[in-house]
Design a protein around this ligand. Structure first.
Ligand code: SF4
Ligand code: SF4
Ligand code: SF4
Length: 334
């Protein structure tokens, strides 16, 4: 929702950004369509040439999302539904893959769909995976947007936590996060060292995923914030610690912020509390999701990309992030 007093937030939608999202998405997918030997676009796997139709459809989807999200007041709702749709598509493909329809799978082989595997899997196996490479690439291109637009699991936490937060800061968050990530690394090393077979290691990883799901259903729903993503998931912690490899930032303008604290109820990533407002920047767990931007009556919450204007910075962020979101929608996964 845009506060009526805010002049800085009047987006003045234009067709420029949607068009650019369409073109960038189409370009990324055309590259995949031409260069990757095994067809990666889903329609191409069923009908020869179908990939081109899919590029057109997914590019148009990206353009529509960009058009809507140009308005900061629409971001929270559109991010929630498009991210959840992404997750539904992902898990539907998994179910189809499990049912024997291997054409829905990226490599024809199944992997456990728990984000922790992006870190634990390569340590256990001793080599990287397609998912790890995809993760690092998106981190470089759009910073922490992995945890606000691209992860199949986080969309569930986002949905479960509802619209506004109901609790203050998560206590001992960093102690919890550090403990979990260290335990995951140590466990993966130990499993590898002890040569624990894949089925047993998979059961352990599944247990980690189910615990996370329970946390979503109990704690995130109760607190109205993404407790799973901000205090349990080791990939979230990895994103928090490495997000500065990417130059996109969110800042609070010291010249206009009135310290009213209205925005703090809009951050489900536990990154916008009194201390963060005082520091004039969100906490480390900020994912640049944009949910808080329209909550500020003074338009003080702004995207920053080097010396570009806040509006141009935000548009660039939307361009990169939505094109990545749309492109990954189009591909076979897992
Ligand atoms: S914190 Fe973990 S589950 Fe949540 S969005 Fe990030 S990677 Fe996904
Ligand atoms: S501070 Fe704002 S942009 Fe950052 S995670 Fe919280 S709501 Fe999203
Ligand atoms: S950023 Fe805006 S909403 Fe948040 S405390 Fe400052 S003036 Fe209030």
């Amino acid at each position: 929702m845009i506060h009526p007093g805010s002049t800085a937030l009047k987006s003045g939608r234009s067709s420029g950004l949607p068009l650019m999202v369409f073109l960038l998405t189409a370009m990324l997918l055309t590259f995949v369509q031409i260069k990757v030997e095994r067809p990666m676009l889903l329609l191409e796997r069923f009908v020869k040439g179908g990939g081109w139709l899919e590029i057109l459809l997914i590019g148009s989807y990206g353009a529509l999302v960009a058009y809507k999200m140009q308005d900061p007041g629409k971001v929270q709702a559109w991010r929630k539904y498009t991210w959840f749709a992404f997750s539904v598509l992902f898990f539907s493909q998994l179910v189809l893959g499990l049912s024997g329809f291997e054409r829905f799978l990226m490599t024809g082989k199944l992997h456990l769909p728990v984000p922790m595997m992006i870190l634990g899997g390569p340590i256990y196996r001793g080599h990287t995976s397609v998912m790890s490479i995809l993760f690092v690439s998106t981190l470089v291109l759009s910073g922490p947007a992995w945890c606000s637009h691209l992860c199949y699991f986080g969309a569930i936490d986002n949905l479960a936590s509802g619209g506004k937060t109901r609790r203050g800061p998560i206590r001992n968050k960093w102690a919890l996060k550090s403990t979990v990530i260290l335990m995951v690394i140590l466990a993966a090393l130990l499993l590898r060292w002890m040569k624990v077979p894949v089925p047993e290691a998979t059961i352990l990883a599944g247990g980690f995923g189910i615990t996370g799901l329970a946390l979503i259903l109990i704690a995130s729903r109760r607190d109205g914030k993404m407790v799973h993503c901000t205090s349990y998931c080791p990939i979230g912690t990895l994103v928090n610690l490495t997000r500065f490899v990417n130059p996109f930032r969110l800042v609070i303008d010291p010249g206009t912020c009135t310290d009213c604290m209205a925005c703090t109820r809009f951050c489900k990533y536990d990154a916008l509390h009194r201390s963060d407002i005082a520091a004039r920047k969100p906490g480390l767990t900020c994912t640049l999701c944009g949910d808080c931007v329209s909550s500020c009556h003074a338009g003080s919450i702004k995207y920053k990309f080097f010396r570009m204007t806040p509006r141009a910075s935000r548009n660039l962020y939307l361009l990169v992030t939505i094109a990545l979101h749309a492109s990954t929608m189009a591909l076979a996964r897992i």
